[in-house]
Write a protein that binds this ligand. Sequence first.
Ligand SMILES: [Zn+2]
Length: 319
Amino acid sequence: MRAKERQSFAALVREELIRLPAGKPCCMLSEISALTQTSGHLALRGGSGLSVSYRLEDAGVARRLFQLLKKRLGVNPSLHFTQTSRLGGRRLCVLTLSGEDAKSLLDALHMTETDEYGQMHLKRTAPRHPMTRQCCRRAFLRGVFLGAGTVTHPEKGYHFEWKAEDEQLLRILGKLLEKCDLPFHTYQRKGQQIVYLKGAQQIADVLALMGAGQSVLQMENIRIQKQLRAMAVRAANCDEHNGERMLDAGHRQAEAIRQISLKQGLFTLPPTLQEVARIRLENPDLSLKDLGNMLKVPIGKSGINHRMRRLMEIAEELH
Ligand SMILES: [Zn+2]
């Protein structure tokens, strides 16, 4: 039962993402590029020439990619299904682009060049395309998740990961996550690089970045339930009025911060406020004085008061 629940949270996120609008042309290309790097295979066949095929486990993801390719590049992928013994006989969807369609894709992803005689050459075997805009970074992170990502059920713990099959994808992911201010870690599993995020807030941020707002809400609900259960236990042990008041204020602040996180993402806040926000979210019962002491550069009561007021104002403005 547990395993099934955990799996269904990743599936829920995927389902939400594949229903998102295709977006702007620049973002469509970023998502196509990401899916090409996680699930695309380049083949050179005698006679028929170049082809690019995508192998996808999820039919919904295949459908989205089909639409992105068609809409952005005007190409017509062919679709067939194949059974694979590697995945325990599971069915894979295979989308294939060949001939001129494959060429259009490789051109768009800057994988080809044309010489002075007008002859097309393959320049590189992996897409390279600039992602200077925030909208494109979000689309790329979404594409890598759809092609090679998963997330643990929040009831079980907080772990979100992307599989990076090659060094180039690993490098790109690292750069994008740095630009988005998301602290990440990497490790190797069966010869593959895994890029992962820990911590409820970071995971909520990345889900929001990718456009999975409903999943963030779902995750926050589970989190609130967990906190409420813990709070009920504490309240039962706490008969001092003063303590209760402190508890109330802290939880009101945590709730306001949660609203900021849901509506615009904590990564949009200045770093000093972000730090205070994350610590308050994790520790709703802490007094302001203790909270100030937990900062990287500890500050006194008036300083922390000031920052908390700013956070409450920002939350207020969101209403
Ligand atoms: Zn874009």
